[in-house]
Design a protein around this ligand. Structure first.
Ligand SMILES: Nc1nc2c(ncn2[C@@H]2O[C@H](COP(=O)(O)OP(=O)(O)O)[C@@H](O)[C@H]2O)c(=O)[nH]1
Ligand SMILES: Nc1ncnc2c1ncn2[C@@H]1O[C@H](COP(=O)(O)OP(=O)(O)O)[C@@H](O)[C@H]1O
Length: 215
């Protein structure tokens, strides 16, 4: 059914910070891209990283790729909401205009690890929604990392070694979704996003709306 401009879907609401984390290879980049394609109301918070780009990754779209010296400068100038070392590189969320945009109802998607999730949650509990994606099995996780064809055997071994440590943070998330079938996983993630958008506290336009209903 086409969305019509009824009073209810014009209601003002506060944006949310939608975090997707997972052990490397479980599918968070795949799910993130599907979500960004399907939903116009959510924008990716593009992270800054010192890791070199993979084939097909575009600077400013998937990450901002910077040197170690540039990352140091950004840390010194307090340009990050949060940052963390992961797999021997550094990754950080630039402050940009996130706070103001949230007030205007813009949602942001964060593909960040558990360390960044904790930091964002401590700073801004009310706006953060934390979703953790798990692989169906460890063998399948390794198959996906190999199948992706972006990393050397050495890098894959390091990611597999870290996977158990990453999985151990599952209980610091609000939602946990197992990515067995990609379409079902994506459908679940969308349901979570829809439900979170409907939370009373986020719907700042409800007060005038309800007042009018009761008038
Ligand atoms: N804390 C934090 N983690 C990040 C950020 N950007 C990416 N990451 C995490 O760094 C890890 C490695 O990312 P990447 O090298 O792209 O490999 P991936 O695991 O295959 O997506 C993943 O767990 C990402 O979620 C960030 O800005 N902050
Ligand atoms: N449900 C799934 N079933 C099979 N392969 C998948 C599934 N989800 C993702 N993949 C594949 O697994 C690989 C790793 O996924 P990716 O999204 O890059 O993971 P992450 O960002 O968590 O490291 C990719 O090649 C992707 O196409």
């Amino acid at each position: 059914m086409a969305e019509s401009q009824t009073p209810t879907n014009r209601l003002a609401r506060r944006g949310l910070m939608f975090i997707l984390s997972s052990p490397s290879g479980a599918g968070k980049t795949t799910i993130s891209r599907m979500l960004l394609d399907a939903d116009d109301e959510i924008k990716l918070s593009v992270s800054v990283t010192t890791r070199p780009p993979r084939a097909g990754e575009i600077d400013g779209v998937h990450y901002y790729f910077v040197s170690d010296a540039e990352f140091d400068r950004m840390v010194e100038e307090d340009d990050f909401y949060e940052w963390a070392p992961v797999f021997g590189h550094r990754y950080g969320t630039p402050k940009g205009r996130i706070r103001n945009a949230l007030k205007e109802g813009q949602d942001f998607l964060f593909d960040i690890d558990w360390q960044g999730t904790q930091q964002l949650f401590q700073k801004d509990q009310q706006d953060v929604v934390r979703v953790f994606i798990l692989p169906p099995t460890i063998a399948e996780l390794e198959r996906r990392l190999r199948g992706r064809g972006t990393d050397s055997d050495e890098v894959i071994a390091a990611r597999m070694e870290r996977a158990r440590a990453e999985i151990s943070h599952w209980d610091a998330y609000d939602y946990v979704v197992i990515n067995e079938d990609v379409d079902s996983c994506f459908a679940k993630v969308r349901e979570i996003l829809d439900a979170e958008r409907t939370k009373r506290q986020r719907q700042t336009g409800l007060i005038p709306f309800v007042r009018e209903l009761m008038a």
